[in-house]
Design a protein around this ligand. Sequence first.
Ligand SMILES: [Zn+2]
Ligand SMILES: [Zn+2]
Length: 392
Amino acid sequence: MTMTSKILDELNKNKDVWIALRQKLHQYPELGFEEHHTSDIVAEKLKSWGYDVHRGFAKTGVVGTLKVGDGQLRMGIRADMDALPIQEQNDKSWISTIPGKFHGCGHDGHTTILLCAAEYLARTKNFNGTLHVIFQPAEELLYGGKVMMDDGLFTHFPCDIIFALHNMPGMKTGEFYFRKGAMMASSDTVHIEIRGVGGHGAIPEKTIDAGLVACYIAIALQSIVSRNVSPQQAAVITVGCIQSGSAPNVINDFALLKLTVRALNPAVRQLLLRRITDLAHAQAASFGATAEIKHVNGSPVLINDATATDFAISVANKFFGSERVHTDTAPLMGSEDFAFMLEQHPRGCYLIVGDGDKPDCSMVHSPDYIFDDSIIAPAAAYWCHLTESYLK
Ligand SMILES: [Zn+2]
Ligand SMILES: [Zn+2]
């Protein structure tokens, strides 16, 4: 039987306050590791509600801790705070006031959702144990979560279970989407630097054309997904940038390829990286050029723990009804640096809350993306129920 969420009824009474906060955060977007204004607001609110507040993990990260009763269990909920370097194109009254910066992924919404839940939980104290609310910088750089790990987040704030969520256009408003196992892809940025011999555009026999080598490598890379990876597995290699030269009559001694590489399986990820390296070296050598491969950054496959996901699903079913809960969501080829937290601390679950599935809705990272404020209350109510159900 589905219970109705009394917490949702309670949060709905005050929802305008939280919508106003979300829109205020939206007006002052800050990029990764620069979330000074945002983290000030977060820290000040958490303190005023009685949380122990720690600042400084990953520069601008904030952790609020609330211990109630004598329960031994500890739970962590993470929200991301950073914006994107995109010029917003919306006509709302609350659009970004900072040129070229925009909360185009709804992290203003995630921060507000967790603050809304944190306020309710501190006011009602209807749980027994330790809650850590974790506000993370630089998710869009895909390593804010890693820096928090490197700074010892879970050593200082041990958790028995961890959770995070993301809003998503194209999915039903305020509904909950789960998946056990791999839910989001690994992401690796790889640069290939090709060195040849430059010269006059009319005297090619005295050159090794690095630009031409780059073209062959870009084409050869297409064979990896089609011929090295099992058709049962998901993988993407995108050459997003090819740079070489600027004049029509010059053969260039240097070319640069920039790649993004995605996979839903850690072994496939390693296969892709190995084949890119081998192919680039061999292709360059076949022309008498050299290729240097630089692994610029990478984040792991996001893998949800089955037990934690079953628990998260059971709470959603109980309080929101199974008709609003999707348990076998297709994995996404996008990436998410909560994967670093789940890699170090596998007992956890990342879920998606739908932002609305109108056919013309804009995807996250689009200049006209709009976060749906109506999901703040249900998503915050979910965090509250999850906390009260786990810490009891
Ligand atoms: Zn994003
Ligand atoms: Zn995001």
